[in-house]
Ligand binder design. Structure first.
Ligand code: HSE
Length: 324
């Protein structure tokens, strides 16, 4: 059986969950995976981590060799792994850096890459696709949209189908907050719960102001084949939403796009609407296809294990499709 060597970059909640999931499922996947290294800005560089590393990693303290951020690309380049799995936090100010540098370095040095980070994919889509073609390595990023719940990858099952538009709930944190506000909670209280449950970004304003779902709109659009950047999405968040103003309607932060227009904005929905019934941290995506009409996928779109599933899906895609 061929063994696949993996380097993990970013060992926070998703990186740890992926490591745990890999250990839990490797026997039923029928593939031998070996995590030969973990690099994390606060936990350091851990070579050949044992399963017990998780207990130490949870503390967030330095447990390996100290690394500076600017050493990470060199470590990626030197590494002899097959696949780099990147789980660092979203950084919008630097337009997806340093994650883009990590991913591009990995592709250039002959590794396949998996990322759950929306920044590099939304801001550097063309460059990443070009590097993937040039170096004949795969890049997979399922976890960027709806965690492990099938979203754009469902199109792989629908050859020839053309997407006319999509509409959905693409942010778990704001959906959780709006749901809890409909239950009567105050905004701050609902946000705190969403943070405790691990749905929110490290900087929760990225959720609240609609930046996170707008990046997902960009990624979905690019996969579908619509050329669109972050600046082309009209974005309105939920900071000023008072659910009591909407009477019997349910307010959802709706993401919508067709080839010509894209937006994210709070939208009142009648209770009979399928999206009105997608609550708490659940996400949903309705795709309008020329062949099938509307199909809707509903499932978790945030959370540590939920996102780790996406990376596992990507990992098995690489195992089954890579041209070694
Ligand atoms: N903060 C994001 C959300 C995480 O709440 O949906 C998943 O992208």
């Amino acid at each position: 059986m061929r063994g696949y060597r993996i380097l993990i970059i970013g060992f926070g909640s998703v990186g740890q969950a992926f490591f745990e999931l890999l250990n839990l499922k490797r026997h039923i996947l029928g593939v031998d995976f070996i995590v030969t290294g973990v690099i994390d800005r606060s936990r350091g560089f851990i070579s050949n981590p044992s399963q017990g590393v998780i207990n130490e990693a949870r503390t967030g303290k330095l447990i390996g060799k100290k690394v500076d951020l600017d050493q990470i690309p060199g470590l990626i380049e030197e590494s002899d792994v097959d696949i780099v799995c990147e789980f660092t936090d979203l950084n919008i100010r630097d337009r997806g850096e340093p994650a883009f540098t990590y991913l591009s370095t990995a592709l250039r040095s002959g590794k396949h890459v998996i990322t759950t980070n929306k920044g590099p994919v939304a801001f550097h889509y063309d460059e990443l696709m070009e590097l993937s073609r040039k170096y004949n390595r795969l890049i997979r990023f399922k976890g960027t949209v709806m965690a492990g719940t099938p979203s754009f990858n469902i199109l792989d099952l629908l050859p020839g189908a053309r997407v006319e538009y999509f509409m959905g709930i693409l942010n778990g944190t704001t959906n959780y907050i709006l749901t809890r506000m409909h239950d009567g909670l105050a905004f701050d209280e609902a946000l705190r719960e969403a943070q405790e449950l691990g749905y929110a970004e490290a900087d929760p304003s990225l959720d609240i102001d609609g930046v996170d779902p707008a990046l997902k709109v960009v990624i979905l659009s690019r996969v579908i084949g619509w050329r669109r950047g972050f600046e082309d999405v009209e974005v309105q968040g939920i900071r000023n939403v008072d659910v009591r103003e909407y009477g019997d309607s349910v307010v959802k932060l709706i993401a919508y796009a067709n080839e010509n227009r894209a937006y994210v904005k709070p939208t009142p929905l009648g209770r009979g609407n399928i999206l009105a019934n997608v609550s708490r941290n659940l996400n949903a995506l309705t795709l309008k296809l020329d062949t099938l009409g509307e199909i809707t996928v509903v499932g978790p779109g945030a959370g540590r294990m939920e996102t780790a599933q996406a990376a596992l899906t990507d990992l098995m895609y690489i195992v089954n499709h890579a041209d070694y």
